[in-house]
Design a protein around this ligand. Structure first.
Ligand code: SF4
Ligand code: SF4
Ligand code: SF4
Length: 369
């Protein structure tokens, strides 16, 4: 049924869903059942995201993007549905507590700092491409308005607006370190109110500006992760000798990145804005663009999928051997099994072309002038 809903009809459902999401913040609707009060439009993302994800998966033509949405839904189920059932709240740096779902991006939470590492190693896609409540909403509920994405110099220059909230958030972080007792009430609360208000306003503006408006122009985390994107190991390398300047990559980019200018000026895409969706990489007809992150800098990384599967399939039974007997040979084989499975999962092969026929793509990064 979902695959039969065309893009333009989906826009009607999308507008209604976006209005419903925004109403949960701007216009809470309370009802009373059996003497208990409920807000019927509280957090509608929890059911709207999966419903629109089905439509998205059924209509997506690009197999990679289809897998990406499936991954997103898996992460949504883990981080936003299952884990909150077991972990109610988490402590923040200032000694206060926050509900788990709200804490993922909160300044001073554990996940806030864990994202630093993930983004440094894998780029902004560790959050903004695959794993943010916002990206779940925007890549599913708001997806029908992707064609409204504003491109061109004016809209690209608006990206600087997000530094205002970036400075505010980091001002709050410093305040938190200096005066943890009062920072939350004096600064944090009003700050989050401003951020949420801008976020939900951006939801209402999606039909006019495209689905990634907040990510492009307003999000303070977009800016924070963006800095790490620049400092870290993620980049999209370009072989400009093959580029025909056809512009397909820019048409595909939902963040409005002027890809052609960037690759001809610097030989790569390494910007605060790129959220690593890989659309430009996958759609480039000449194979100009290549994603790279920290794994490409490990010599021997890049096992072929078949070799990875072989390692996992052989390694797993070996790991179980010590359950039969704790003989030292079996323990040794189990250790070998762990190494095989890890090597299969990570796709890493330090011994080129000799062990289980691996053929790693040894990373060769040459800076262009
Ligand atoms: S830019 Fe901000 S809102 Fe958008 S996906 Fe990233 S963290 Fe979420
Ligand atoms: S799609 Fe590929 S060939 Fe076309 S402009 Fe972009 S990088 Fe160049
Ligand atoms: S530059 Fe490419 S990978 Fe980055 S956001 Fe744009 S389309 Fe996605």
């Amino acid at each position: 049924m979902f695959s039969k809903i065309p893009f333009n009809k989906a826009k009607i459902f999308s507008v209604l869903a976006l209005l419903w999401i925004a109403s949960g913040y701007f216009l809470p609707i309370d009802i009373t059942i059996n003497g208990r009060e409920f807000q019927i439009n509280a957090y509608p993302e929890f059911y709207l995201i999966p419903i629109f994800a089905i439509w998205r998966i059924r209509t997506e033509k690009d197999p990679f993007q289809k897998r990406r949405v499936l991954w997103m839904m898996g992460l949504f189920a883990i981080f936003f549905v299952t884990m909150p059932l077991f972990i109610r709240s988490v402590p923040l740096l200032d000694g206060s507590n926050a509900p788990l779902v709200a804490s993922y991006h909160m300044v001073g939470s554990v996940s806030f700092f864990l994202f630093f590492i993930a983004v440094f190693l894998f780029g902004k896609r560790a959050d903004c491409g695959w794993n943010c409540t916002c990206v779940f909403t925007r890549e599913t509920v708001a997806w029908a308005f992707r064609d409204k994405t504003r491109k061109g110099a004016f809209w690209w220059n608006l990206r600087h607006l997000k530094w205002i909230l970036f400075l505010t958030v980091w001002g709050f972080f410093i305040y938190m370190l200096i005066d943890p007792m009062n920072a939350g009430t004096a600064f944090g609360k009003p700050m989050y109110q401003v951020i949420y208000t801008i976020y939900y306003l951006s939801i209402l503006l999606i039909p006019f500006t495209g689905h990634r408006n907040y990510c492009r122009w307003g999000c303070p985390w977009s800016a924070t992760w963006g800095v790490l994107n620049i400092l870290g190991t993620f980049r999209i390398a370009a072989d400009t000798t093959k580029c025909t300047k056809c512009g397909i990559c820019e048409k595909e980019c939902d963040m409005g990145v002027p890809i052609r200018n960037l690759i001809f000026e610097t030989g790569r895409i390494k910007t605060v804005e790129c959220m690593g969706c890989e659309r430009c990489v996958r759609k480039c007809p000449k194979g100009v663009l290549t994603i790279q992150d920290f794994r490409d800098q490990i010599p021997g990384f890049g096992l072929l999928p078949f070799s990875r599967m072989v390692r996992i399939v052989i390694g797993l039974p070996l790991i179980l051997l010590p359950f039969i007997s704790n003989h030292s040979i079996l323990l040794f084989l189990a250790l070998l099994g762990v190494l095989l499975v890890l090597s299969g999962i990570l796709g890493y092969c330090p011994i080129e072309n000799t062990f289980l026929k691996c053929t790693p793509n040894v990373f060769k990064w040459t800076k262009r002038t």
